[in-house]
Design a protein around this ligand. Structure first.
Ligand SMILES: [Ca+2]
Ligand SMILES: [Ca+2]
Ligand SMILES: [Ca+2]
Ligand SMILES: [Ca+2]
Length: 434
């Protein structure tokens, strides 16, 4: 049983409570937040995309773990898109780079250079292509029409030893072929070519989600639709058909980078893998008409939030003052401003109980999650989340004394946001740490 103790109770009571939370807290990120990114296929001006730097052209240092291709790899993600917004026609699959003519969703191209790969939707099918280092090109094509405005799970694999490629849609193998051999990671000493109105320094050394990275024109269109839960692995994940995942991934030894897209606010795209040499964090490049990628509460997983139907816009980053509302759920932080400890209280307007395992995210002003808090039920059917970011020190199974489920950096004074995903648009509250 969780012991309920008041916030000013003895340290032993708090410690017992936190230890109990460790045992009982769900590990699935779906229980914490639920968000995805909605791209609009603008394909211009370096916007409407997520960019992950995988090389520094100024030196020959190795890239971060997201620079996959020196070993086996698997790329997998959820997508949801319509035919109306992704008009690229079918391409000819084979010993070519025809994947670049689909609506590009994953782009690790190098402009007019070798060692590259990417994934697009062409003729409604998933298309995956790889170019070796002078060893040729190969594009393979799926068979399922995925542009039906439903969520689909895509996984592609490449075996380093012989370049063999596999493509799965919704867990079913749809294409495979012996592709080009060799290391296809971004060369540590790579020099972007002069094809982008100057050197392609702003596109080549990046892994890009949701767009064609060079803005090379309408022959190379960008993906329009949702992406969620992108995982890059340095292993081959699947040797046979499989069931699509039912919840977000937790990192494991084979994870190179993991993007939950659960920030729900701001431009920082966090890599949750914890992989040595990382994180391979990314940046949301927001803009265009319509502007993308938007934060969305549409996700491929069943809602796991408080069960309340909330109606506030997911695009509104925060409420004014020390409280905010997300439809029928309100969040109030008191005290704010604060130095040592504050309590964020969630209440539903209609008095319906909020799920006891709903988790609260604390984000900094750039949208980076700095803490995940578990609440405790109030007599009024709400939840109280205690945040003591400077309590420090007393880590128990990864839990800070402040209740954070993951270790965070020392926090500077400033504006922070509490965010509670409630199965719909999130409720937010602004908090000032002195
Ligand atoms: Ca370099
Ligand atoms: Ca081969
Ligand atoms: Ca590299
Ligand atoms: Ca997500």
């Amino acid at each position: 049983m969780i012991r309920v103790c008041r916030f000013r109770a003895a340290r032993s009571c708090l410690a017992t409570t936190l230890a109990a939370f460790v045992l009982l807290a769900p590990t699935s990120p779906a229980d914490a937040l639920a968000a995805s990114l909605r791209f609009h296929g603008n394909g211009v001006n370096d916007i409407d995309r997520v960019k992950i730097a995988i090389d520094d052209p100024a030196n020959a240092n190795p890239g971060p773990p997201a620079d996959i291709g020196a070993a086996d790899f698997t790329i997998e993600f959820w997508m949801r898109a319509s035919a109306e917004e992704n008009g690229a026609g079918a391409v000819s699959c084979g010993a070519n780079i025809a994947w670049i003519n689909g609506n590009i969703a994953i782009d690790r191209d190098r402009y007019n250079q070798d060692r590259k790969f990417g994934l697009s939707i062409a003729g409604g099918r998933v298309v995956f292509g790889v170019s070796g280092d002078g060893t040729g090109d190969r594009t393979i094509c799926g068979t399922t029409v995925v542009l039906d405005a439903a969520w689909h799970y895509v996984a592609v694999e490449r075996r380093r030893s012989d370049g063999f490629l596999w493509l799965y849609v919704d867990g079913t193998l749809e294409a495979s072929a012996d592709g080009p051999d060799g290391d296809v990671s971004y060369p540590d000493d790579g020099v972007p070519g002069d094809f982008c109105g100057g050197p392609c320094t702003n596109s080549d050394p990046f892994l890009v989600f949701g767009a064609e990275k060079h803005d090379a024109g309408s022959s190379y269109p960008s993906y329009s639709g949702w992406l969620d839960e992108v995982r890059l692995s340095s292993v081959l994940r699947y040797a046979a058909d499989f069931t699509s995942p039912q919840q977000p991934f937790a990192p494991d030894a084979g994870t190179a980078a993991l993007y939950h897209f659960d920030e729900g606010i701001g431009n920082a795209i966090g890599d949750a893998s914890g992989t040595a040499g990382g994180p391979s964090d990314g940046v949301r490049q927001f803009g265009g008409t319509p502007a993308g990628p938007e934060w969305s509460t549409e996700t491929p997983f069943a809602p796991t939030g408080v069960g309340a139907s909330v109606g506030a816009s997911a695009g509104s980053d925060a409420g004014a003052g020390a409280s905010g509302r997300g439809g029928s759920v309100s969040l109030v932080a008191a005290p704010s401003p604060f130095r040592g400890r504050t309590v964020i209280t969630a209440r539903s307007a209609d008095g319906a109980p909020i799920r006891a395992d709903a988790a609260l995210a604390i984000l900094d002003a750039s949208g980076r999650r700095v803490a995940t808090l578990r609440g405790r039920a109030t007599a009024a059917g709400g939840l109280d989340f205690e945040w003591a970011p400077r309590a420090g020190g007393a880590r128990m199974g990864g839990v800070h004394a402040g209740g954070a489920l993951s270790p965070g950096p020392a926090l500077a004074p400033g504006v922070y946001f509490a965010r509670l995903a409630a199965g719909g648009a999130p409720a937010t509250a602004r908090i000032i740490l002195r």
